[in-house]
Write a protein that binds this ligand. Structure first.
Ligand SMILES: CC(C)(COP(=O)(O)OP(=O)(O)OC[C@H]1O[C@@H](n2cnc3c(N)ncnc32)[C@H](O)[C@@H]1OP(=O)(O)O)[C@@H](O)C(=O)NCCC(=O)NCCS
Length: 144
């Protein structure tokens, strides 16, 4: 299934997907509407209607994944979204792609490990529930 940019009018659906992926911590429709309109951010989705999303922020020679969520798991959606995010970041001129992930999020850590992300930092008690965040980096200077 192909990865495509978010379309105007999809913000509510993306907020529902995000809320399901992050119970009690989903980002609202307003966030996705703003991100979709922002020159600094790219919202990529899979499916029609959308089944998953990733939000990438461009920061010059760095880019950051703000969030990623798959509405159905272990069917390759996360991998395809991550591949799309890496390609978009590289196309923007970024040399590195960063993200934060809870050290307790085994699914996401396994996904990022598979894609060659390396741990470059640890933010203790970063999340509201007290979990630590690992800061991961993927170089984009080689092949994606
Ligand atoms: C993280 C997330 C996006 C992964 O999406 P996904 O579509 O399930 O991932 P994929 O199907 O592409 O999985 C790719 C690989 O990642 C690893 N992986 C994914 N989920 C895993 C799990 N629950 N346990 C162990 N490994 C896992 C596996 O190596 C998997 O390959 P395999 O299925 O062939 O074994 C998804 O679990 C999700 O939406 N989680 C909730 C939101 C979240 O935590 N986002 C990340 C915040 S930083």
């Amino acid at each position: 299934m192909t990865i495509r940019p978010m379309q105007p009018g999809e913000a509510a659906l993306l907020a529902r997907i995000h809320a399901a992926a992050f119970p009690g911590g989903g980002w609202d429709e307003g966030f996705f509407r703003s991100a979709g309109e922002s020159a600094a951010d790219r919202v990529l989705v899979e499916g029609e209607p959308a089944l998953g999303l990733v939000v990438v922020r461009f920061l010059g020679d760095e880019a950051e994944i703000l969030t990623i969520a798959a509405g159905r798991r272990r069917q390759g959606t996360g991998s395809r979204l991550l591949t799309g995010a890496m390609a978009a970041a590289k196309a923007s001129g970024a040399e590195s792609l960063f993200l934060e992930v809870s050290v307790a999020n085994k699914a996401a850590l396994a996904l990022y490990d598979r894609f060659g992300f390396e741990r470059v930092g640890l933010r203790r008690r970063y999340y509201g529930n007290g979990e630590d965040a690992a800061v991961l980096r993927r170089s984009l200077s080689g092949g994606t």
